[in-house]
Design a protein around this ligand. Structure first.
Ligand code: GUN
Ligand code: ZN
Length: 435
């Protein structure tokens, strides 16, 4: 069988560790081969290195794929995204709570129909793959149908995906609300059907504190205590109006994070989207539990939510991930998220280096999701999800990258000028995805 074995030749870049915040990456934090190669077999990386070395150890009859002039990196990872909001991206002019009521909730109601969910799930995944993103942690809607549709479409594509049914039993349209206790029973069924099946994992998904009753949050914490291998995803401290509302709804809790702490939802596999308006005490509490904050820069700019202080989180020892948060986000592309993160950073006097940015999009996000044993970097045994970037994909990129003199400059040009057009190919589970 030669079908499942490939030798990909091109420039290869993969991080082995956090490169730090400086202009030069920390020593031994990157693997970079200008004329490099990846030997892939049965969905896994067998070897990575200089082309002349790798080719020596690869089987003679292996299929060669010539990507010279392109840059091969681990597939991008998006730790916070709502697939059901694909078609309400770019809905004009509101902040979080009005945006939810006017655009998001009405759209999510449509996912009670399985056929509708199937169609959007497929379109969403194809868009994600076009953007070079091979793994994401995904909000479905409160309809179990929407989760079955999403996991089925991911499974058909062989993707590593995390997702869950939104839990919400108050403060939304009736058609989205779980009946008393029903959301947990449905989540348990979905966990039994999907968690750890192929490359899929289940993420418990209480929407955010205002849309779950205490009973629902308490029951969610109970599920997590019994099954700590599950993930949890929710939202935290995104918007001033939201924070005031949480304070009204939970007057006994000292702050927003305390609500999630009270119900045992803060752990090493918990992702809190946004976390913009946190003080150092909250950041430290999150860090102590090993939780991660998903920085969603294009969404935060779009909804006018605020500027995420990335370095304050790092100082507190808090794990950060970088996400699109579609449909409030405006960039499906990880490159687009990097551009927005750079812009937010500039406004806070903490510009993001290309080293830190591409680390975050790959190994950093994999670590935040505890998936670095499998994805986010190239090493013998890692799963062969990868993106092939073309630094000359557009006339402008071609002109700009023609005059770059270092990899750092080329990466930076890609993160500022690049988008889906810079993605030449995406490989999933050891195969080029053909759509
Ligand atoms: N908070 C609660 N639900 C949502 C959502 O769907 N998107 C964003 N950005 N924030 C939320
Ligand atoms: Zn979100």
């Amino acid at each position: 069988m030669t079908d499942n074995r490939y030798l990909l030749r091109g420039e290869v870049l993969s991080f082995t560790d956090d490169p730090g915040e400086g202009d030069t990456p920390a020593p031994s934090s990157i693997n970079h081969y200008l004329d490099g190669a990846l030997f892939i077999e049965n969905g896994c990386v067998k070897d990575i290195g200089h082309y002349q070395e790798v080719v020596k150890h690869a089987p003679a009859n292996i299929q060669h794929v010539d990507y010279r002039g392109k840059l091969l990196m681990p597939g991008f990872i998006d730790p916070h995204i709502h697939y059901a909001q694909l078609d309400i991206m770019a809905s004009y002019g509101r902040q979080l709570l009005d945006w939810l009521n006017e655009y998001t909730f009405p759209e999510e109601c449509r996912f009670s129909q399985r056929a509708y969910a199937d169609e959007v799930a497929s379109a969403f995944l194809d868009q994600l793959i076009d953007a070079g993103t091979t793994t994401a942690q995904v909000f479905c809607t409160s309809h179990p149908n929407s989760v079955d549709a999403f996991f089925s479409a991911s499974q058909r594509r062989g993707m590593r995906m995390l997702a869950g049914k939104v839990l919400m039993d108050r403060h939304g349209p009736e058609a989205l609300l779980d009946p008393l206790g029903g959301g947990i029973i449905e989540s348990e069924r979905l966990i039994a059907d999907w968690h750890d099946r192929d490359r899929l994992s289940y993420s418990l998904t209480p929407r955010f504190a205002p849309t779950s009753s205490r009973e629902q949050l308490d029951a969610t914490g109970g599920v997590l205590r019994n099954a700590p291998e599950l993930y949890l995803q929710t939202h935290l401290s995104e918007n001033a109006g939201e924070i005031a509302w949480v304070a009204e709804l939970f007057p006994d809790c000292q702050d927003y994070l305390a609500v999630y702490e009270h119900f045992d939802l803060v752990g090493p596999r918990s992702t809190f989207a946004h976390g913009i308006h946190l003080d150092q005490n909250m950041r430290r509490r999150l860090a102590e539990r090993g939780a991660n904050i998903a920085f969603c820069p294009s969404s935060n700019l779009f909804l006018g939510s605020g500027l995420f202080d990335r370095l304050a989180c790092r100082d507190a020892g808090l794990k950060i991930s970088l996400a699109s948060d579609i449909g409030a986000g405006t960039e499906l592309s990880g490159l687009g998220s990097l551009k927005a993160a750079y812009q937010v950073g500039q406004l806070l006097g903490q510009p993001l280096t290309a080293w830190q940015g591409f680390y975050q999009l790959t190994l950093g996000n994999a670590r935040a999701l505890h998936l670095h044993h499998a994805i986010g970097h190239f090493a013998p045994g890692s799963e062969a999800d990868l993106v092939v970037l073309d630094p000359a994909a557009t006339p402008l990129l071609k002109r700009r990258t023609a005059r770059t003199e270092s990899l750092a400059e080329r990466l930076f040009a890609l993160m500022i000028l690049g988008d889906e057009r810079a993605v030449h190919a995406t490989w999933i589970n050891g195969q080029e995805y053909q759509g």
